[in-house]
Design a protein around this ligand. Structure first.
Ligand SMILES: [Zn+2]
Length: 73
């Protein structure tokens, strides 16, 4: 478990994007932090895992990822 799991949505910077990977169908999809916050409120990333639901309907075992956008790219 990474330290990032203990971050919460509001702690994420503009250049950090939130992704989710479904345990069933696999691909990572990038999520809209603000939309999630509107939906379920500010949450620890650790808790997000059980709340995310993939378009395939699975909500078990999903991974939450944080990607940093390289602003110098
Ligand atoms: Zn899925």
């Amino acid at each position: 478990m990474t330290a990032e799991a203990f971050e919460n949505l509001k702690n994420l910077s503009e250049w950090e994007v939130l992704g989710g990977r479904c345990a069933v169908c696999g691909p990572v999809s990038w999520l809209d932090k603000k939309a999630i916050e509107r939906q379920i409120g500010n949450q620890y990333l650790l808790n997000l895992r059980g709340k995310l639901r993939c378009s395939c309907g699975n909500r078990i075992g999903n991974e939450v990822l944080i990607e940093r956008i390289d602003r110098n790219a």
